[in-house]
Design a protein around this ligand. Structure first.
Ligand code: ATP
Length: 284
């Protein structure tokens, strides 16, 4: 049996961490949404043996147990004592190590797909809790729709759909290691964004207010190491974005535009500065 799951990229409209837990894991307070730049994950179950195989069309990805999609299949196979193997083929469209959650989204796609193919009957919340064992962004990616995300990443409250918006993504040439940025957090020095106001703006469908209160507490940390992030933000604003911000731990910068014509102008302009630029929409 086989199926294909879509694994969309995520962006962080708001990202804050108020403290970290005793085991070192961050407590998150985030507003996330998914956009229509997506990987496609083909999942085929095999009855002859229990091997898990991963292949992708990207030269940048491990194909063994380091691949988050492999880890998702292994987690379900062992937890539910499934006697079947899996072939996973990933068509990679989301840039790797970009702050767009591509690996987490692939893992979430495998959780959703195998839940169906192996008839496990797990709810989204149960899949999200399992996904937390793989990465803190996996629970959100199981849902893959605009949500308020708290806890270590497992407390997901879906939100109403966003007001009409276009998103320009620009990924500078650097790749960012998430752990190396998280290790740099000094909680006393952080400038926290106002996530409550952002939630209100989303609920009120008020894109102007959304743009005014968006914020990513980690942006200064990554931008200090990679100044091109600040330059890309400035360029986006110059070309007419309503707001521009780094996603996740970076380095991808996204510009939010309430008008398609403006988004097209930002997209065209950014192509002169950056090789990897995408014009996308938030998923409904
Ligand atoms: P995060 O912020 O969740 O770490 P990211 O968007 O910055 O995510 P990813 O593209 O998910 O970055 O990649 C992070 C790391 O995960 C990379 O070092 C990559 O090699 C590894 N990885 C493992 N499996 C995958 C996968 N299926 N797709 C992308 N990266 C993967």
């Amino acid at each position: 049996m086989q199926l294909i799951e879509k694994a969309p990229a995520k962006i962080n409209l708001g990202l804050d961490t108020p403290y970290h837990h005793q085991d070192g894991a961050e407590e998150w307070n985030m507003v996330m949404t998914s956009v229509d730049l997506a990987d496609y994950v083909e999942i085929q179950t095999l009855t002859k043996h229990k091997r898990i195989r991963v292949a992708s069309d990207s030269g940048f990805l491990p194909n063994d147990q380091r691949n988050l999609a492999y880890q998702a299949a292994h987690l379900l196979q062992t937890k539910f004592n499934v006697g079947e193997g899996v072939n996973i083929r990933i068509k990679k469209n989301i840039p790797v190590a970009a702050g767009l959650g591509g690996g987490s989204s692939d893992a979430a796609a495998v959780l959703r797909g195998l839940n169906q193919l192996w008839d496990l009957g797990l709810s989204w919340q149960e899949l999200a809790e399992l996904g937390l064992q793989i990465d803190s962004d996996v629970p959100y990616c199981v849902y893959g729709r605009t949500a308020h995300v708290r806890g270590r990443g497992e407390r997901i409250t879906p939100l109403s759909k966003l007001p009409a918006a276009w998103v320009v993504l620009a990924k500078p040439k650097v790749s960012v290691s998430t752990p190396s940025i998280l290790q740099q957090i000094r909680y006393d020095d952080l400038e926290h964004p106002d996530i409550d106001s952002l939630l209100k703006a989303v609920r009120d469908q008020d894109i102007e207010e959304m743009c005014a209160v968006m914020g990513n507490v980690l942006e200064p940390l990554t931008a200090h190491r990679y100044p091109e992030i600040t330059q890309l933000k400035q360029q986006m604003m110059k070309f007419g974005a309503d707001a521009a911000q780094m996603s996740g731990t970076g380095p991808t910068v996204f510009g939010l535009c309430s008008k398609q014509s403006r988004a097209q102008r930002v997209f065209n302009g950014m192509k002169g500065f950056c090789r990897e630029v995408y014009l996308v929409r938030p998923l409904p």
